[in-house]
Design a protein around this ligand. Structure first.
Ligand SMILES: Nc1nc2c(c(=O)[nH]1)N[C@H]1C(S)=C(S)[C@@H](COP(=O)(O)OP(=O)(O)OC[C@H]3O[C@@H](n4cnc5c(N)ncnc54)[C@H](O)[C@@H]3O)O[C@H]1N2
Ligand code: MOO
Ligand code: MG
Length: 415
């Protein structure tokens, strides 16, 4: 039973997961709290942007027609009738032969159809009146952003399901969205399994290791917009683990376990799945690392049983859990963003299964290159911190040689 698992391709595994992804509930938060969350409403421009004709320069608002024929030899003179700082409504209409002093960002007065930069002008004062002269023709519209030129009222600005980063916050603030409807953060219970695991506070003991996976997973969950709930570390005791994991379904929106999914005598997740009262989607993948990754659904809630090997645990999260967490927060496309790059180094490691190699992306002379982040082994932790992509090495053959084109999946934000 333990040994004859159906081997499923990664794409097939993703296909089996997708029907169970559901957008969660929503809540309203302040704009500041919305950063990093996923928008749960479509946002439309509730006004033109800018909502008045806006000057793009410090200078003078004029009628461009007045500058016809202006030259060094034949300057035109304007009577300055008003000074318009930002934030005020101009009081005077600019009539032929007049100009208003205006600041960057101020409202252009009626009558004016151009703003001329201060540096292009000369001023003179006579009997308490200021005059301004220009020595060139100015075309209509210069240095004016007409109302609605950036975006018209009623335009769709942001679609629901979009992650709110700094740019989205700027848009929301611009349109006065001081509260924002966002998806509730999925609550993700995280269990580490293995009698060898020590808490991070504990001194090392012979044969034991610290539980790094729970903390890595919690960080990945947070990065993907979820709320991590690090649960107890479970010893290799099936009954205890089953009770703890099943109890987590009561208050978590998604459950992750790490370790105990292979064919070892103490690989207890396998026992749990043998008596699983939900649906088991797959328990063996045609991929490395993480081939024994097992995923089930129970009461509409996922249990992602990731491998205990840190590299496999990381890859399992990126390929399967991150898209699900995004989908639970309204993202409607679940495909991973794949890019093409040139391999910068040989990777002479053949594999019967597709391999997702922790990699580093570099741009040289405008070309994208990728290279392995270090020794590619499922048990290795240190390369996770350096990986900004997963290089997809196809199965069979002899690995990949330098210069060959490969596909890769970006991981770890946009830094
Ligand atoms: N005879 C076979 N042995 C193995 C096979 C196989 O097909 N036949 N598959 C190998 C592959 S591939 C993988 S991947 C691992 C999967 O192991 P498990 O998911 O069962 O994980 P464990 O056995 O519990 O632990 C593996 C490894 O990872 C360490 N670990 C576990 N939890 C943590 C944690 N929270 N933080 C840090 N490190 C952790 C654990 O101590 C082990 O060293 O199985 C292969 N074996
Ligand atoms: O499927 Mo494993 O993660 O290669 O050692
Ligand atoms: Mg094992």
């Amino acid at each position: 039973m333990r040994f004859d698992r159906e081997v499923v391709k990664v794409e097939e595994a993703q296909k089996r997961i997708q029907p169970y992804i559901r957008a969660g509930q929503t809540e309203t938060v302040t704009l500041q709290q919305s950063f990093g969350r996923y928008l749960a409403e479509d946002i439309y421009a509730n006004v033109d942007l800018p909502h008045f004709h806006r000057s793009g320069m410090d200078g003078f608002a004029i009628r461009s027609a007045d500058t016809k024929g202006a030259s060094r030899e034949n300057p035109v003179w304007f009577k300055v009738i008003e000074t318009i700082p930002c934030g005020v409504v101009p009081q005077q209409e600019v009539k032929p032969g007049t100009a208003s002093r205006i600041m960057t960002g101020a409202a252009v007065p009626d009558g004016a159809d151009a703003v001329v930069m201060l540096e292009m002008t000369q001023t003179a004062e006579k009997d308490g009146t200021v005059f301004m002269s220009l020595q060139r023709e100015i075309s209509p519209g210069q240095n004016i952003a007409p109302a609605g030129s950036e975006v018209k009222q009623g335009t769709l600005l942001l679609r629901g399901g979009r992650k709110i980063n700094a740019g989205e916050v700027a848009v929301l603030a611009t349109f006065g969205c001081h509260t924002v409807k966002v998806y509730r953060q999925p609550r993700v219970a995280i269990f580490a399994t293995g009698s060898e695991l020590l808490s991070i506070e504990s001194p090392l003991e012979p044969g034991k290791i610290r539980n790094s996976n729970s903390h890595m997973l919690a960080s990945l969950v947070r990065e993907a917009g979820g709320l991590p709930l690090i649960r107890e570390t479970l010893p290799d005791d099936v009954d205890r683990a089953r009770t703890a994991i099943l109890n987590a379904f009561d208050d978590a929106d998604l459950v992750i376990s790490t370790g105990g999914v292979s064919v070892g005598d103490y690989d207890i997740l396998v026992d749990i799945f043998e008596h699983w009262d939900g649906k088991m989607l797959f328990n063996k993948l045609a991929m490395r690392p993480g081939s024994p990754t097992t995923v089930g659904v129970r009461n509409d809630t996922f249990l992602f049983a990731l491998s205990g090997n840190p590299g496999a645990c990381f890859v399992g999260f990126e390929l399967f859990i991150r898209p699900v967490l995004q989908g639970m927060q309204g993202k409607t496309t679940h495909d991973l963003a794949v890019f093409t790059a040139t391999m910068a180094e040989d990777f002479p490691k053949p594999s019967p299964f597709t391999r997702f190699v922790r990699g580093i992306r570099e741009v040289k002379d405008g070309k994208v290159f990728v290279k392995p982040a270090g020794i590619e082994k499922s048990s290795i932790t240190l390369t996770i911190k350096d990986a900004d992509c997963l290089i997809i090495v196809p199965p069979g053959g002899r690995g990949v040689s330098a210069g060959q084109m490969v596909k890769a999946i970006p991981v770890k934000g946009r830094e």
